[in-house]
Ligand binder design. Sequence first.
Ligand SMILES: [Zn+2]
Length: 376
Amino acid sequence: MGLILLCASEIMYAQKSCLSQNHTFISTPRNVDLSEPITIPVVVHVLFKTDDQFISAQQVQDQIQMLTADFRRQNADTLQTPAVFQGVAADTEIEFCLATRGPDGKEVSGVNLLPTEEAEIGITGKFSETREGGQDTWDAGQYLNIWVCEILEDGSIAGFSSLPGEDDDWDGVVIDYRYFGLDTSLYPHHLGRTLTHEVGHWLGLNHTWGDEDNCNVDDGVEDTPLQQQAYRDCPTGDQFSCNSQDMYMNFMDLVNDDCMNLFTQGQKMRMHETIDQYRSTIRSSPGCALITSIAASNLQEKLRIYPNPTRDYIHVVYINDKPIVPEKVSRLFDLQGRLQMQSLSDRIDVRDLPGGLYLLKIQIGSEVSTQKILIL
Ligand SMILES: [Zn+2]
């Protein structure tokens, strides 16, 4: 595989430049289409070797919500952006949704749960190879691929990203499982902003200080001030270098999660230019299209669900030709789409639910099967 760009947000011992400057962006203002927000379908491949590497669907949902809130400037801590930078702070008008359709058009959960035997699958590069115990990139013209896995055992790399325009055999961002999601991840990288930072790279942003510890190298974005070097932890008060006030609270610096809170208008333009130049097909991706009818999935043929109608229990049996019984998540929704119950068991107790029609969604890996269930 090609170059891995380590931008361990950024607990690096072997600091490399996170984003090379060799791809050219059109420097004159272009007509970037900002008529409506762009929604980018996301698939999260969770590669887990041990139970503590497992990320639940709820954690993934919280993380993707946080990502969108950061990009739309909807989080409460935007108030902490210093007054001097409030004017350039941007709602980037980019949003993210968990995929509902896979590359073959069939219904999926945007969370792809994949047990693996591989240690340090992030750093070895096997994360993006299905035959090596990872997961091949879903069509990057349609999806943002996020792999959550063990990058290094010691946790010293939090994440890295592929570059727009790079010709590589994988495309997306990789986040170590300890830095993905909210609350359960490690302080001070506990607010899911490792992902915000890495997706910034994926959309063409450089580090605000330009990756060299001097005042000569800029990040190529006009409204992020020149900065001598990266900031870490959480500086207090105003900081200055290169004859200007430093925007260390930018998502593309390396401060703690609870210390960063903005992208700028210039970064917004850069990201939209990147989408137009390198990822324009994602605008029309059907990855998050509403599933309006119950399409038969491959999974459906392998499931036996009975009895239906039922009064008390639903049995969910997976017919498997292999000795391994995969992790299976069953979710029961009412017809308004509200989640009523979730279960990992082969026998779902529905005695407490009012009678009526429900939708039972069963997920194994990224595959989802949906069936109507009548509770009497
Ligand atoms: Zn970085």
